[in-house]
Ligand binder design. Sequence first.
Ligand code: NAD
Ligand code: TDX
Length: 477
Amino acid sequence: DKVCVLSSFRHARIPFHKVNISIIMFDFRENILLTQLQIGNLPRLTRKLDTIQDQTTDSRQCMACSYISVSLPGPVRRHKDRAQNNATTNISPRTQANLRLRLVDMSNSEQALDSTNEAVNKASNEATNPSFAPQHILVTGGAGFIGANFVHWVARNHPQAHMTVLDALTYAGKRENLDGVPAANLTFVHGNICDAELVESLFSGLNQRSAAAVPPIDAIVHFAAESHNDNSILDASPFLNTNVTGTYVLLEAARRHDIRFHDISTDEVYGDLALDEQRKFTELSPYKPSSPYSASKAASDHLVRAWHRTHGLKTTISNCSNNYGPYQHVEKFIPRQITNILAGIRPKLYGQGLAVRDWISVEDHCSAIWTILTRGRIGETYLVGANGEYNNIDVLRMILKLMGRDANDFDHVNDRPGGDKRYAIDATKLQTELGWVPKYTDFKEGLAATIDWYRAHESWWMPDKAGTEEKYRKQGH
Ligand code: NAD
Ligand code: TDX
C-alpha cells in the first residue's frame, strides 16, 4: 500500500532510453504479486502512468503501484546499487504530482484489483499497439529480394493476412520470386509506385481480384526502391523518381485512406562509422548519407517523418543493415562472389576489402518488420541488426573456403567512389521495447545456406549474370 519510485535518473547519469522499467504491484498484506508490467523507458513510464490515471479517475477506481523496478544495461551497471537504492525511496508529493499518480490503499476496495489490472493491460496494449493485426497489406517492391522474402515469410507465419504486391518488375524484380505463395494470400499488380492513379485504384478495390473475399488494404509495407549504390553513381534519376517521388505518392494515398504505413529503410542514411571505433548507429544518429542511393533513402525517411508529424499519418520506419539470403540480385556483394565462382569468374573485391558491413539474415529482417508493423509505436523508428560485423575480405574468404577454393583466388578491383567504411547497428530499442531477437546468428552457416541456394537456382540468376558483369567491367569493378 505504498508507492515508491525511482526518482533520480538524472543523477545516475543513465540515458533514459537505456533504462528498462517495470511496474510491479505487490500486495504486502497478502504477500502476493498482483501485476508485473514491462514498461520500457522513462518517457513511456510517464505516459503510461498518465493513461492509467486517466482511465481510473472517472470511475473513482484506484490503483496502488508498490514499486517500480529498473534494470540497467551493461555499460552502466556500476550505477546499479545507487539506482536500486533510489528505487526503494518513497515517492515525494512533488514527484507524485509530476507523475499524476494517485495513492490509495488497495485493501479498501476489492474492485480496485480488477480495474487496475484492466487499466494496466489496456495501457500496455495501447503503448505497444499489439492489437494491430493487418488483414490486407500492400507490399510495394514485393517481387524484389527482401520484399519477396517478406511475402513468403508472412504467408508462412501469418496465413490469415492477404497481400497485394505492387511491383514495377524492374531489372531487380521477378514475378517468379513469388512462386509458391498460396493464391489465397496474394494479389499481384504489375505497376509503378509513382503512378498515383494506379495506387489510388488499389484502395478502391478495383484491382483486387476477388474484392468480395479480400478485406480492404489496412497497411502498406514499402520496400520498392532502387537499391544499388553502384547504379546510383552511374545515374541517380531512377533513384530520385522511385525513392523520393514514389514514397510521396504512397504517403499521399495512405493519408487519404488513413492507412498504417511502414517504411523499409537502411542504415546507410546515417553515413558511415570509422573502422577503428566501437560506436554503432542508434535511432538517435544524425542523418549523413554518402551516396546518391542513401541520400534518396534519407529523403524518403524524411517524407515519412513529415507525414507523421504534419498529417498524423500512422507511420513506423525500420532502418536495417546489410541483408543476405535467397533471391538477392547478382549485382550485390555476396551473390556476385558466389555466382562468379559458380560461373568460373574470379571474385572481385573493391579496394583492399577492409570496409565492414553488419550482416543480417533476410529472414530475421522479415520477422523484425512484422514485429514493428504489429507492435511498434506509431511515429517511431527502429534499427534492425543482428551483430554481424565482418569486413569484405573476410566474407569473401569465407565464401571461397566454403566453396572449396583457395583463400587468395580473387581480384582486387576499383573501390567505390565515396564508399562507406563501416556500418554497425545497435538494435537495443527493438530488442528491449518489442522483444525481437534474431534467430539466424551463425553467419557462416547462413552463408553456406545461401551458397546452396544459388547452386540450386542457376536458372534464376544466370540470365542476369553476363549483363551485370559487363556493366561492372565498364565501371572498373
Ligand atoms: P531490390 O532491388 O532487390 O528490389 C526492389 C524491388 O522494387 C524490385 O522488385 C523492383 O522491381 C521494385 N521496384 C523498383 N522501382 C519500383 C517502382 N518505381 N515501382 C514499383 N516497384 C519498383 O531491393 P531490396 O534489396 O529487396 O531492398 C528492398 C528495400 O529494402 C529497399 O527499400 C532498400 O532500400 C531496403 N534495404 C535493403 C537492404 C539490403 O541489404 N538489400 C538493407 C536495408 C534496407
Ligand atoms: O563486387 C563487389 N565487391 C565488393 O567488394 C561488390 C558488388 C561490392 N563490394 C563491396 C562494396 C561494399 O563495401 O562490398 C560491400 C557491400 O556492397 P553491396 O552489396 O553493394 O552493399 P552496400 O553498398 O553495403 O548496400 C547494401 O546494404 C544496404 C544494399 O545494397 C543496400 O540496398 C542497403 O541499403
